[in-house]
Design a protein around this ligand. Structure first.
Ligand code: MD3
Ligand code: FE
Length: 213
């Protein structure tokens, strides 16, 4: 990317009210971030959780921070301990926290305090159906997402499930801040496709930073 475009991208683009995309912002740090994700996953392995209805979620998940998002037959919730091991989640790495807070601040959310980082890992073919994120107590706090690895088509809808969705490509190093009017919009991920030009890149990772309660 030429330096001017790079500067523009790093300044963030508001693609809808409250939704700011920082294109490729963490691209140069992706290997470092993914090494840190591996360390977290060495403590709490990625797993396929069940929905309350008993379906397997196609993205594999783990968490770090004071809380983790979990789902099982009992429902969706944030938990201070991993229900599988009974142990607290790994600490949120300071670098993750700093980058999430900085992006939120630049997008206009000055007091973001992330307590949970949900890490989604998509193998080829994995997807996430349209949903809202409503398990958090305070919708005035944004959600910040980092994407790494394979690209994906992100589906960005409106306030109701039936609203038209726009497709946005999320790729290596993209940072997205979802706040304000965008915070409760429906959203999802289309089935992740292989990248034939990078046959050794087999996953997409998405980290979402959340204030929980
Ligand atoms: C828009 N994850 O974990 S990140 C999720 O790529 C989730 O793994 C997707 O949706 C993923 O809940 C999308 C982008 C994202 C995250 C939260 C949002 C977009 C959002 C909350 C409100 C509106
Ligand atoms: Fe979501």
């Amino acid at each position: 990317m030429n330096p001017d475009l790079f500067a523009i991208a790093h300044a963030g683009m508001e693609i809808a009210e409250g939704a700011t995309l920082f294109k490729a912002r963490l691209r140069d740090e992706s290997a470092d971030f993914l090494r840190t994700v591996e360390k977290i996953a060495a403590e709490v392995p990625f797993r396929h959780m069940l929905t309350p209805g008993g379906q397997t979620i196609s993205a594999a998940m783990t968490n770090c921070g004071d809380f983790g998002w979990v789902s099982d037959r009992k429902g969706y919730r944030y938990a201070a301990a991993d229900p599988v091991s009974g142990k607290p989640w790994p600490l949120m790495p300071e670098r993750f926290r700093r980058e999430a807070i900085k992006a939120a601040e630049e997008a206009g959310f000055a007091n973001f305090s992330p307590q949970a980082c949900l890490i989604n890992r998509y193998a080829i073919g994995a997807k996430m159906g349209l949903h809202q994120d409503r398990d958090e107590a305070d919708f005035s706090q944004p959600i910040v997402s980092f994407s790494f690895g394979l690209s994906a088509v992100f589906l960005f809808g409106g306030a109701t499930r039936r609203d038209k969705t726009q497709k946005i490509i999320l790729e290596e190093g993209d940072v997205f801040v979802w706040g304000g009017a965008a915070r409760l919009c429906f959203h999802g991920i289309a089935p992740v496709k292989a990248d034939t030009t990078q046959p050794r890149v087999n996953y997409r990772f998405n980290l979402t930073f959340r204030h929980v309660r």
